[in-house]
Design a protein around this ligand. Structure first.
Ligand SMILES: CC(C)(COP(=O)(O)OP(=O)(O)OC[C@H]1O[C@@H](n2cnc3c(N)ncnc32)[C@H](O)[C@@H]1OP(=O)(O)O)[C@@H](O)C(=O)NCCC(=O)NCCS
Length: 163
């Protein structure tokens, strides 16, 4: 676990770095690539909530979400390859869960490719449960849901700056 990790709402100044990271990680075939202008568009819209994970001030990961049909729909989460397995992905998703809680959104939702074991483990370990399996896209994907209040029972509220 890293000690100087901060997760916070992404700023316009960070759009370029988020796009760069998305381009790097998209080569692995698990997420889509965002151009700087796409990221800017998300940051300018109240429909989206984008956060970055910073290690010693450097953006090493991000998560994107949108408000959709009473759910917080997690669109993407990505961590720089050499920074994985340090708890950064988990911290990003926990931040989104707390954001949903603050906004009184009762459920978080994410679609994950069936072959994406790291992401499936990440979400299920945070309490997300499978509701849908679809084979409509190549290889299939799972729809994973988290009921927010249930997940937070007995969960100690973290320090604001960290989450
Ligand atoms: C999925 C991803 C965001 C996880 O980020 P991360 O910072 O490495 O994740 P964490 O260190 O917080 O790990 C949290 C849990 O996820 C699971 N996990 C993460 N990487 C894993 C791996 N390579 N294999 C199996 N499980 C893994 C584990 O359960 C882990 O908990 P543990 O370390 O206590 O066992 C990262 O692998 C990534 O960027 N992948 C490419 C993009 C992607 O697939 N995004 C998801 C699209 S929906």
């Amino acid at each position: 676990m890293v000690t100087d990790l901060k997760v916070q709402k992404a700023t316009r100044e960070e759009a370029l770095r988020v796009a760069e990271l998305s381009s790097e990680v998209a080569k692995e075939g698990t997420i889509r690539e965002f151009k700087p202008e796409d990221v800017m568009e998300l940051l300018s819209s109240e429909q989206y909530y984008v956060v970055v994970a910073k290690l010693s001030g450097e953006v090493v990961g991000y998560a994107m979400s949108t408000y959709s049909w009473g759910k917080l729909h997690i669109l993407d989460v990505a961590v720089e390859k050499r920074r994985r397995r340090m708890g950064i992905g988990k911290t990003l998703i926990q931040h989104l869960i707390h954001h949903a809680l603050e906004k009184s959104i009762p459920e978080a939702y994410c679609e994950v490719k069936a072959r994406n074991i790291p992401a499936l483990n990440l979400f299920t370990r945070l309490g997300f449960r499978f509701k849908i399996f679809s084979t409509l896209v190549a290889g299939g994907f799972y729809g994973l849901y988290l009921s927010i209040p249930e997940s937070l029972r007995g969960f100690k509220r973290p320090v604001a700056e960290e989450f």
